[in-house]
Design a protein around this ligand. Structure first.
Ligand SMILES: [Zn+2]
Length: 166
């Protein structure tokens, strides 16, 4: 544990294939035409849960998008470039990551889709090392879940994600 920063965790709590409206279909329904996996990805920094991640609610986080975006964030931040994670969905804010050596700062800022900045989430600090560790755990857990409960043949986009080098 690095001293000073609150602990950061990313916990996969559920996953489903989104259907019409609020319908949640089992992971076995995943196919090339329905490649989205949504679910609850609980992100906490210290005692606080990061809000605004799911479009229809906390268990509607687009897990493939977060997989790709957080992978992009780690790559950019490794080069000390800031990274903005923006779903561009109507009403969604964006998540801005900025790195200072061993620390990261997260701010919820205005999104392209019109979401507003979050006044209570500006420059929330956590350890840089925690992001990579949390992302690896999320990927491991999601992969295990899809291999266990998904269809025998996964859509190409998921095969591609699972073939990434660690
Ligand atoms: Zn989605």
């Amino acid at each position: 544990m690095s001293s000073g920063s609150p602990s950061m965790q990313l916990e996969l709590r559920s996953a489903h294939v989104p259907g019409e409206g609020n319908e949640r279909r089992p992971l076995a329904a995943l196919c090339e035409d329905e490649p989205h996996v949504h679910g609850e990805l609980a992100w906490t920094i210290g005692e606080r849960r990061v809000p605004c991640m799911g479009f229809w609610g906390p268990d509607d986080v687009c897990l493939g998008q977060w997989w790709d975006e957080l992978t992009g964030a780690v790559a950019a931040l490794s080069d000390r470039q800031p990274y903005t994670l923006d779903s561009c969905e109507q009403g969604d804010p964006a998540f801005l990551f900025e790195r200072t050596d061993a620390s990261l700062h997260l701010s919820i800022v205005a999104g392209i889709g019109g979401g507003a900045p979050h006044p209570e989430w500006q420059n929330a600090e956590f350890a840089w090392d925690d992001l990579g560790a949390a992302l690896r755990r999320f990927k491991h857990d999601l992969r295990q879940l899809l291999e266990l409960k998904g269809p025998p043949t996964l859509p190409a986009e998921w095969k591609k994600r699972f073939s990434e080098r660690e």
